[in-house]
Design a protein. Structure first.
Length: 438
């Protein structure tokens, strides 16, 4: 999840998004918002707000994750922050070099954190090697401990980065579901994705996509994620390069087929290792405290409200979203146009960053800013128009429209289907007041 300084610098964000899809970590334990996680959300919200400046640009996977001791952190920003559906997958933390542990396995100084996962990397490497075709392996920090194993595999057809992470999904019935739900192609281009329920009750997703959604390089990222019926996640990723970033493509495809990825994550050898994952009692944030997350709007209601405010003459050809984010793709006969919205509470403390220049103040105190600029996700000729509003109480409504049905695809028309005046009218509608925190 968003994770752009204003509207600029989106290259860095796309890198984070690729990282998220790469490693796995976005089916969060939605019921496991530890004090460390929630506090980080509150402090980080100021920075992240700058990355959300245009309805957060609809990056469906951009949810923030803090994996603590092998447990997925909660959806820190809400799915709307990334502009995606609840089912969109994101990634867990990468292991730190030389330790085999996630950087977030260790609590910050002065913060009482959970105990660390103590799974020997050697044991995970053994399961990895046993359940994949023969080849040469180079295991990172094979003598370390953690909940993640990283390696470079070579079957003679080119070196490939491979990793597997083990996590607890959380205790609620919904926890982890986002990790095994295929992402929306409107925001996450991919070649194939399947999601299924296995006979034993486990759920599996196999994804075949790319390191970068805009395909700036040809590095492929294939993943398989297993959510066991008792709440554990096995997440395997592979690439057609020796590293997920910064390495040249070494082969046409990653080494393991979708069927082989399924065999890997469903292997029985992972199950004895689950008990070594950390179990931590969630810390409930005190109402009104700095760690309390903003209220999350109902996603279906946000989408319905957006559709009710669309100008006449537009046909909705697709729609989606969740929580504070919703989108529609419309067509007026002149080409498809993506329209998306974010509604966010608790944004008053970043008003000076979001509305630093070019904003007007209405008689009721609301700040309004309209922008027109080029798209940032690789689609040729794409333009991006936004109307951003913020009330005195910190309730933000930001609406964007594009001259394409998907930001990573080339423009389908000269301008978005909605004018900036129409976007502004939608953002200022009284209908959004029902989503404001009381």
């Amino acid at each position: 999840m968003p994770l752009n300084e204003g509207h600029e610098g989106h290259e860095g964000f796309e890198g984070e998004l690729g990282e998220a899809l790469r490693r796995t970590g976005e089916g969060f334990a939605a019921d496991d918002r530890r004090e460390l996680v929630a506090g980080g959300m509150s402090r980080g919200r100021r920075r992240l707000a700058r990355r959300r400046a245009a309805a957060v640009t609809g990056s469906v996977l951009a949810l923030a994750v803090i994996g603590v001791g092998g447990v997925y952190g909660g959806d820190l920003l809400g799915s709307g922050s990334g502009g995606g559906t609840k089912g969109s997958s994101v990634a867990g933390p990468a292991p730190t070099e030389g330790t085999g542990e996630s950087a977030t396995d260790k609590a910050a100084p002065g913060v009482e954190g959970p105990r660390e996962a103590q799974i020997p990397v050697k044991k995970m490497a053994t399961v990895l090697k046993t359940n994949t075709p023969a080849g040469n392996w180079s295991i990172t920090d094979e003598n370390g401990k953690g909940h993640h194993v990283s390696a470079v595999y070579d079957d003679g057809k080119g070196p490939a980065a491979v990793s597997v992470g083990l996590y607890r999904a959380g205790e609620s019935s919904e926890a982890g579901e986002g990790q095994v739900t295929c992402p929306d192609k409107t925001f996450v281009p991919h070649d194939a994705c399947t999601s299924e329920k296995l006979p034993n009750g486990d759920r599996l997703m196999v994804f075949q996509g790319y390191e970068y959604p805009d395909r700036r390089v040809d590095t492929k990222n294939w993943r398989a994620v297993l959510l066991t019926r008792d709440g554990f996640l096995v997440d395997a990723s592979e690439y057609n390069a020796a590293a997920q970033k910064g390495a040249p493509v070494s082969r046409t495809d990653p080494p393991f087929s979708p069927a082989q990825l399924k065999t890997l994550v469903t292997a029985g050898g992972w199950r004895p290792l689950f008990k070594q994952l950390a179990v931590d009692k969630p810390v409930q944030a005190k109402p009104g405290s700095d760690t309390a997350p903003p209220a999350e709007p109902d996603g279906a209601a946000v989408q319905a409200t957006l559709r009710s405010l669309l100008p006449k003459g537009l046909t909705v050809v697709s729609k989606g979203g969740d929580g504070q984010f919703a989108y529609v793709v419309v067509d007026d006969g002149e080409g498809r146009s993506l329209v998306q919205i974010n509604v966010q509470n608790g944004m008053g403390d970043v008003a000076g960053e979001l509305f630093v220049s070019g904003a007007t103040t209405l008689s009721d105190g609301r700040l309004v800013k309209v922008r027109q600029h080029a798209g940032e996700k690789g689609g040729g000729g794409v333009v991006w128009w936004t109307a951003d509003t913020l009330t005195k109480d910190g309730f933000r409504v930001v609406v964007s429209a594009f001259n394409t049905g998907a930001q990573h695809e080339d423009a389908t028309r000269a301008e978005p289907a909605l004018t900036t005046a129409q976007l502004k009218e939608i953002a200022l509608s009284d209908k959004w007041e029902k989503f404001a925190a009381k």
